[in-house]
Design a binder for this molecule. Structure first.
Ligand code: PMP
Length: 318
């Protein structure tokens, strides 16, 4: 197909999953020149709706910049998502029960070369898949393994980029955590191995007494869009919130002092997931009860489903 002279992109086309192939020598396969996003479309009785597609498009652009990939304009990103969701609207399960159409925009280098350098040819694609609620059956509170041997990201690295390598490097620790009977890894900072970072595909929040704390965005964790939505809601509700480093040591001392502790994870797939326990070689911390997490869960579900008004402009109709 012909390139558009103004944008340099070829015209979009819709093809069945499985009909595309990446070259072995592509920058994506050889050097991990690939970024992605994950967002959802929800079906109400009136419409299909996207949650904060603009925020996902902006994060996609930030990821692209860090890996020397071309910027996909926010408009192009959102239009591509909308066009494809319209085509596959019938595949979107009802929102009741947590069903949604999961949307996976990807940008990868499909130019074949062997030297390490930015690529000059890329594919921007969008993949769809119907999903159920993240947790099969009864929603349980998660047990996380606080990982002290392996780290996920260091300052100055690509921890805040949504790129495959971050997930590849997380697999061994996650496998070992599962073998120990844990659901996921709780990643700690690369220096002290004490400060909370994030968990699997979730950002983490803790409440100590009345104060909600979540680790700051310093480049080592993904700037979660659910995280941002929760911060907005909590501030509106007048809940004291702090974006600052919080450590296992601090949590342990709070527990020892008899303070209430509540921990949860946030993410597009997990929405709001209660964390019952965090454990490591010689210690553990348990949530003493869940108050704020269920409230956040209800508020976010309410906005997704249209039960509650979208007062923040987070919903975009397809
Ligand atoms: N951290 C990581 C590593 C993730 O993959 C995700 C899921 N995208 C999150 C946090 C949560 O981000 P969001 O709320 O934007 O889905």
């Amino acid at each position: 197909a012909e390139h558009d002279a103004a944008t340099g992109w070829q015209p979009a086309r819709i093809v069945p999953t499985g009909s595309t192939r990446a070259e072995i020598a592509s920058g994506a396969l050889q050097y991990g020149l690939s970024i992605f996003e994950g967002l959802k479309a929800f079906k109400t009785d009136r419409e299909l709706r996207l949650f904060r597609p603009d925020a996902h498009a902006k994060r996609f652009a930030v990821s692209a910049k860090r890996l020397c990939m071309p910027e996909v304009p926010v408009e192009t990103f959102i239009n591509a998502v909308r066009a494809l969701v319209r085509v596959d609207a019938d595949w979107c399960p009802a929102q009741t029960g947590g069903g949604a159409l999961y949307i996976r925009p990807t940008l990868y280098a499909d130019e074949s070369f062997l030297g390490v350098r930015p690529a000059q040819q890329h594919v921007f694609s969008v993949l769809l898949s119907p999903v159920d609620s993240y947790w099969d059956g009864e929603e349980h509170s998660l047990k996380l393994w606080a990982e002290r041997e392996f780290t996920r990201a260091a300052l100055g690295g690509v921890g805040s980029v949504k790129t495959g390598g971050n997930y590849a490097s997380s697999l061994l620790a996650a496998k070992r955590a599962k073998e120990r009977g844990f659901d996921q890894v709780l990643w700690l900072d690369a220096v002290k191995r004490d400060f909370l970072e994030e968990a699997g595909t979730m950002n983490v929040f803790v409440r100590i007494g009345d104060t909600v704390i979540t680790p700051p965005l310093e480049g080592t964790i993904l700037a979660g869009i659910t995280r941002d939505s929760c911060l907005t809601l909590l501030r509106e509700w007048g809940v004291p919130v702090e974006e600052r480093p919080v450590s296992l040591t601090e949590l342990g001392e709070a527990a020892k002092a008899g303070k209430a502790i509540e921990m949860w994870g946030t993410g597009t797939a997990a929405v709001i997931s209660p964390i019952g326990e965090v454990a490591w070689e010689n210690g553990s911390i348990k949530s003493t009860g869940f108050e704020v997490a269920p409230r956040l869960r209800k508020a976010i579900d309410g906005i997704h489903s249209g039960r509650d008004a979208d007062t923040h402009g987070w919903i975009v109709s397809v």
